[in-house]
Design a protein around this ligand. Structure first.
Ligand SMILES: Nc1ncnc2c1ncn2[C@@H]1O[C@H](COP(=O)(O)OP(=O)(O)OP(=O)(O)O)[C@@H](O)[C@H]1O
Ligand SMILES: [Mg+2]
Length: 223
């Protein structure tokens, strides 16, 4: 079990203005699993992903990562977890517009690789693994949305994370390109043995996953 959530709850605001973004969620995820979390806008998907990614702490309940309660983990340990163990993929790609494809991947490697040459080699092989070595010297503006998302996935894989968390990774893509991106993410779980969690409101994405959990109003409908 890589994740175990017990009564995980995240409230925003206080007093009369409390939003129960994630409410009493119980969820277990195995290492190497591919899980899609599906739900309408505002149902708490991004908030849940932030709890899983140690980007935020639960208001109450437990979010256990390999048995460790993230709410009780020090800031420096959480930072290490985010850098070395978890890779993030976002709807907006979040590439640096002035850097080429390969440079966008290299910056994610910066803290962990000794030499510029070693970083370049690793970044190039990551681009190869997402089928984009031939575009490595292109700027994001010179790439299609699907290509930009592949770069973002290569960047997320930079430090060989054991978990990949994707928030609406197909949200800016047409259906066919989105399918390719989901396939690429799914292959990480089937071939790379990485744990992959995708949140989406796209029912097409949900259809492709072996396991789908549904959210509504901050709660899980089925686990
Ligand atoms: N920083 C915040 N402060 C206050 N309320 C917030 C904050 N972030 C999210 N919320 C609220 O929490 C609820 C869940 O938001 P969340 O972003 O997790 O939903 P979502 O399922 O990701 O939606 P979408 O599909 O639109 O991205 C919403 O009602 C939202 O308005
Ligand atoms: Mg969201």
């Amino acid at each position: 079990m890589i994740y175990e959530l017990r009564g995980a709850t995240k409230n925003y605001g206080n007093g009369g203005g409390v939003v129960r973004a994630v409410h009493d969620v119980n969820l277990s995820i195995d290492e190497g699993e591919l899980v899609v979390v599906a739900g309408p806008s505002g149902s708490g998907k991004t908030t849940l992903l932030q709890l899983l990614g140690a980007l935020d702490r639960a208001s109450s309940g437990e979010v256990l990562f390999e048995g460790r309660d993230l709410a009780k983990t020090s800031d420096s340990d959480l930072t290490e977890l985010r850098l070395g163990t978890i890779g993030f993929v976002f709807q907006q790609f979040n590439l640096i517009p002035t850097l080429t494809a390969v440079q966008n991947v290299e910056v994610a490697l910066a803290p962990s690789r000794p030499s510029a040459a070693a970083r370049h080699e690793r970044a190039t092989s990551l681009l190869e693994s997402v089928g984009l070595a031939h575009r490595r010297d292109h700027l994001p503006s010179q790439l299609s949305g699907g290509e930009q998302q592949r770069i973002a996935i290569a960047r997320a894989l930079a430090n060989a994370p054991r978990v990949v968390l994707a928030d609406e990774p197909t949200g800016n893509l047409d259906t066919e390109t989105g399918d390719e991106i989901v396939e690429l993410l799914a292959s990480l779980a089937s071939e790379g043995k990485q744990t992959v969690i995708i949140v989406t409101h796209d029912v097409g994405v949900a259809k492709r996953a072996p396991r789908v959990v549904r959210m509504r109003d901050g709660q899980l409908l089925q686990a």
